[in-house]
Structures are given as C-alpha cells and as structure tokens.
Design a protein around this ligand. Structure first.
Ligand code: SF4
Ligand code: SF4
Length: 140
C-alpha cells in the first residue's frame, strides 16, 4: 500500500519519472570536472560572471578548463583530501538533491561510479499497457 501511494505521489504530485536509489560513496566526482548549463552550457567567463550574480552556488565554482562542450568547473568547497564537502550541512539545494532526473533532460549523465542510480518509476510494461488502454478508449 505504501509503495503504491509513494508511486502515485512521485508520478502525479512530484511529476517524476525516476526514483533515486543507492547512496553516496563520497567519491567527490560530482563536485569536480563539471559543466554548468543555464539555457546552454556556459562557454565564456563573461557568461559565468553573470550567472554568479543569480545564485550563490555559482560563486563556489572556479573555472579549471575549457573543452569542446564548454567551460569546466570544480567546486572550491570540495576537500580534495577527503572528497567531502566543506559546507556539507549548509550545502545548496542543488547539491542536496543530486542526482536528479533533470540531469538527463539537460543532456548530462551521472558521475562515473556514483553510488546513486535513477530507476524508472514505471516499468516498460506499465507504460505499454497505459498506452494500449488509452488507444482503446480513443477507438471507442
Ligand atoms: S557545495 Fe559541496 S556538495 Fe556542492 S558542489 Fe560544492 S563541494 Fe560539492
Ligand atoms: S558522484 Fe555520487 S557518489 Fe560521488 S560524491 Fe557525488 S553523489 Fe556521492
């Protein structure tokens, strides 16, 4: 029963398609070698400076590289000895919620070896049956 309520809540209230499962193994990869997307992937220092005025999270980032995708960042709050976040208790919401399915919508992927994974809430069979039911109703 709880599972069913949870599923409906995620699907219809939160409008999610995936459950986040697993746990963080403190690899620190999601805090380094990252791209920033705001409409498009940030390409220039000027774009990045504008973005920093919009949200404090971006003030934590520093540019470490640029490649064919865009500027590459790492977070200055990452302790590279321990791979832990130096502001863990007050870390921004975007970090608390990582990884979210929006990551996929933005063309991103989970960091390699991330301890989390995103699992579809509805199986292929569920979706297939729903579509069949809908089609039957339309034909009537
Ligand atoms: S604030 Fe902490 S959790 Fe967020 S990106 Fe920086 S180091 Fe990682
Ligand atoms: S990539 Fe995944 S496992 Fe690694 S620190 Fe980030 S959330 Fe944790």
């Amino acid at each position: 029963m709880f599972k069913k309520i949870k599923k409906l809540f995620y699907l219809y209230v939160l409008k999610r398609k995936y459950y986040r499962v697993g746990k963080c193994n403190v690899c620190g990869r999601c805090c380094q070698k990252i791209y920033v997307k705001h409409k498009d992937v940030i390409q220039t220092e000027e774009e990045f400076k504008k973005l920093q005025r919009l949200h404090p999270f971006y003030t934590y980032l520093k540019i470490i590289d640029k490649d064919e995708t865009g500027l590459v960042f790492e977070c200055t709050n990452l302790d590279k000895e321990t791979n832990k976040c130096k502001i863990h208790k007050s870390r921004p919401g975007i970090c608390r919620r990582y990884p979210q399915e929006e990551l996929f919508k933005m063309g991103g992927n989970l960091a390699e070896h991330c301890g989390y994974r995103l699992e579809p809430i509805e199986s292929f069979e569920d979706v297939f049956n729903k579509v069949c039911k809908k089609n039957k109703k339309i034909k009537k």
